[in-house]
Design a protein around this ligand. Structure first.
Ligand code: CTP
Length: 405
């Protein structure tokens, strides 16, 4: 069976660390980038050394850390121009307001700015600063200049800040930055494509306070939506009840029941190239939900349930249909049942996974999937749902592009 390599294998990441309290998070960024397969070398500005020691980055990156232009021993090992050529990807995280100003104006007065002038690698910055500094017109103009030069800007995010204020300017979390780096690598594979994703559970109301639900967290579907957007797609996420945050650049439609989900999906299907049904749609709903709370009376009560429409099967019947991907969450005989669903629902692909075990499946961040299509299958080993989502979309694109040829 085929397997694939890590998302950032082949990436030589030059990580620039400028002075800011978020510098401590960049240590975790190094670790995560390496786990994703990247080789990492770190360059620190003088200000960064006030926040984190070079030894931390050296240990985590497995490579010597460079801090200045004028170190003859370091220059002898790998000169700064060589370092600039070595990198396939540069990321400055955190990027302080001062650093952004110097980068935007083409300064070359320290090792990091010199490297940035000398490199031809794809470059990105992850700004981190106080919200007023981020909102200052000077910073806005500098970021704009960098963006127009093709530098990717990762974040920042809104939230609590180290200075005690709340607002825009918090550095993206290390895992989000790794995902953004992967997004730069996969480029715009899905540019111009429209992707509709369903995610999460559905809740079928019994009365105004009770419902029948399931354990789906929505994480897998949200990861598919996030990755599709990173790959350049126009993404609509039809989400059942979940507390997950909407991924960047994703248009979200919130629904509750299976019937609402069906409407939400069908209303957005025109012009869609791909539909990924990751939602755990309830197969049945109460025949007659009560308008008022059901009171406790009889010792035994019966619930009468009626079949819900099957969203995937309904789309499959259309003459003009998008590439259809289903999910099969099974407790046993996983591949057997999954292939049965692939055939019965006339899908183009199905992602099968085992549920009911700890550490994988419905409520966890990691998962293991096997993709099945009419004449083949591919096992994707245990990885984060983000990683699996990206691999799934790559496989979808291989088949979709093949079919369009
Ligand atoms: N699905 C759907 N509409 C439904 C039920 C399921 O579109 N009413 C989709 C799910 O989003 C998923 C796939 O069908 O992509 C398989 O869902 P699953 O619940 O595993 O399969 P079922 O067909 O409902 O079969 P069973 O519950 O008997 O295993």
């Amino acid at each position: 069976m085929l397997t694939e390599s890590a998302a950032l294998s082949g990436t030589r990441l030059l990580l620039g660390v400028s002075g800011g309290i978020a510098a401590y998070k960049s240590a975790e960024l190094v670790r995560r980038a390496r786990t994703a397969g990247a080789q990492v070398r770190v360059v620190m500005t003088a200000a960064a050394e006030h926040f984190v020691g070079a030894a931390t980055f050296q240990a985590l990156s497995g490579n010597p850390v460079r801090t200045g232009l004028w170190d003859p021993a370091a220059e002898a090992a790998m000169g700064h121009i060589e370092l600039a050529r070595w990198a396939t990807q540069v990321l400055v995280a955190p990027a302080s307001a001062d650093f952004l100003a110097r980068y935007a104006h083409g300064f070359g007065d320290d090792l990091l700015t010199t490297l940035l002038l000398a490199t031809t690698a794809s470059s990105a910055v992850a700004p981190a600063m106080n919200q007023q500094m981020w909102a200052n017109p000077a910073t806005i103009a500098n970021v704009d200049t960098l963006r127009r030069r093709g530098i990717a800007i990762f974040g920042p995010a809104a939230g609590d800040q180290a200075c005690g204020e709340v607002g825009m300017g918090r550095m993206l979390e290390p895992e989000e930055q790794v995902q953004a780096l992967i997004g730069l690598q996969v480029g715009d594979r899905l540019a111009g494509r429209r992707v509709v994703v369903s995610a999460g559970p559905t809740f079928e109301d019994l009365d105004p306070v009770r419902f029948i639900g399931n354990r789906s967290s929505g994480r897998m579907g949200f990861a598919v939506a996030e990755q599709a957007a990173l790959m350049g797609a126009d993404v609509i996420l039809v989400a059942g009840p979940t507390s997950l945050a909407t991924p960047p650049r994703v248009h979200r439609v919130d629904v509750r029941s299976a019937e609402e989900m069906m409407r939400g999906v069908l209303d957005n299907l025109d012009g869609a190239d791909i539909y990924v049904g990751a939602a755990a749609v309830a197969d049945y709903r109460p025949v007659a939900p009560r308008p008022t709370k059901i009171k406790k009376q009889a010792e035994v009560i019966e619930l009468k349930l009626i079949r819900n429409p099957d969203i995937l099967a309904t789309i499959a019947e259309r003459r003009e249909r998008p590439f259809l991907v289903g999910f099969a969450a099974e407790t046993d005989n996983v591949l057997h049942y999954a292939r049965g669903k692939l055939e019965a629902k006339r899908l183009d692909m199905i992602a099968a996974n085992q549920v009911g075990q700890l550490g994988s499946g419905f409520d966890s961040t990691d998962n293991e999937l096997t993709l099945l299509w009419p004449d083949g299958q591919l096992a994707l080993p245990k990885a984060s749902k983000q990683e699996l989502a990206r691999r799934l979309l790559e496989q979808v694109m291989l088949r979709l592009e093949g079919a369009e040829r």
